[in-house]
Design a protein. Structure first.
Length: 405
């Protein structure tokens, strides 16, 4: 009989792979159609109702594409819908949320030092934040504010900043970033499922019935599609952020998440402007780079304020440090129950990522990761399950940084 832990690990892998594949398909089609829409050109003699056209070359042939802003005069024989990529991406992502963050809530979702709660309460709170995020967004879009694209985007950004701050006061830093991404991804997928596709179906129904479609449905769908386009890059960062503890596990993690949204918008603005043939705003890359430097600084503010920063990578140096005996005791007491040849923590059968911290050599070799994951950030232990103290974290920082002098 297959070991349950092995089955669960492979289930996680399969669902993660499905999420990646469907996500690529959705993002690819989204980026393509926005670029196509921005590149449309008008010319005399176009068919009645046609808004613009585009000639493209790919795969050894030429494509002649025309867009009808509302609808053609009659229903075409064949119509391709782009929706399943969005649905499959959200469903697989939601499954991953259950597999990783709900099944492992005591490690990855709940941090008693942030907010003490039971696992069921944590899961319900997680589901509530995702649902409420969509409701607030949808109400703002349907309000009079929705008539102003710029005004709406500014207010929505303020809401996202508030959500980022709030999530860091509910869950672990890792879970806060993941949930900010999940809320944004839910908004994007719900836009497709609850607005864009239904509006397009109304237009199709009007065509079949011989009625003239109302152009408002296309206008609303286009606004939501544009939102999805600008939100894509921040979502990608947030979904991958669990690999970067200096992003989610530091004091100003919610500010970092907020700046990531601006960086994503800047990059999309560049490509959208180029695709629309409205110029080459290279300043967006400079602005994004400056914000990225700000993010780096924010992730290391305590280090900057104390002026402690040096460089070295020799494991022997770390092992020879005067701090090493105390560091070893801390790591063995707080980390090695999972990071060991034979983990003793319940439910952990293999050392995460193969990192072994049950020997002097292993601790010295992983000095940089210990410093980043458990010293400078609070990424480890997950949800501070072993209750590592602030003094112990300071010891890990002092050990690493003094050894680099």
């Amino acid at each position: 009989m297959m070991d349950f832990a092995i089955f669960w690990d492979w289930l996680s892998f399969a669902m993660r792979w499905l999420h990646v594949v469907t996500g690529i398909a959705w993002i690819g089609s989204s980026f393509y159609f926005v670029a196509l829409d921005l590149g449309l050109r008008q010319r005399p003699g176009m068919p009645a109702g046609a808004f613009g056209e585009e000639w493209q070359v790919h795969g050894g042939g030429f494509y002649h594409i025309q867009k009808y802003l509302v609808a053609p005069a009659e229903m075409p024989e064949h119509l391709t819908w782009f929706k399943w990529e969005s649905y499959a991406t959200w469903l697989s992502g939601f499954a991953m949320l259950w597999i990783v963050y709900y099944a492992g809530a005591d490690l990855f979702l709940i941090d008693p030092n942030v907010l003490a709660m039971s696992v069921p309460v944590g899961i319900l709170l997680s589901l509530a934040t995702i649902g409420v995020g969509w409701v607030v967004y949808d109400l703002l879009c349907r309000s009079p504010l929705g008539k102003s694209d710029t005004g709406l985007m500014l207010v929505l950004y303020g809401v996202l900043v508030f959500i980022a701050w709030g999530l860091t006061h509910l869950f672990t830093g890792r879970a806060a970033f993941l949930h900010l991404g999940a809320i944004t991804a839910t908004i994007m997928s719900a836009n497709v499922f609850m607005v864009i596709i239904p509006n397009q179906k109304i237009v199709v129904a009007d065509l079949i019935a011989g009625r003239k479609p109302d152009p408002k449905y296309g206008k609303i769908a286009k606004q939501r599609s544009l939102h999805n386009n600008y939100l894509t890059l921040p979502v990608l960062f947030l979904m991958l952020s669990n690999h970067y503890p200096l992003a989610f596990g530091t004091e100003f993690n919610w500010v970092i998440a907020s700046l990531v949204f601006i960086i994503g918008v800047l990059i999309r603005h560049y490509f959208n402007t180029v695709h629309a043939r409205k110029g080459n705003p290279t300043w967006t890359w400079l602005a994004a780079a400056v914000l990225f430097v700000v993010i780096i600084w924010l992730s290391t503010v305590p280090k900057v304020l104390t002026g402690e920063v040096r460089a070295s990578s020799m494991a022997q140096v770390y092992a020879a440090s005067a701090h090493f005996p105390a560091v070893r005791d801390t790591v063995l007491g707080r980390c090695s129950m999972c990071h060991a040849q034979e983990p003793s923590y319940e439910g952990i059968y293999h050392a995460p990522k193969g990192v072994m911290l049950d020997t002097d050599a292993g601790i010295a070799q992983q000095a940089r990761e210990i410093y980043l994951q458990a010293g400078r950030s609070h990424a480890m232990p997950p949800a501070n399950i072993t209750e590592i103290t602030g003094e112990e974290r300071a010891l890990l920082v002092a050990w690493f940084e003094e050894a680099r002098k």
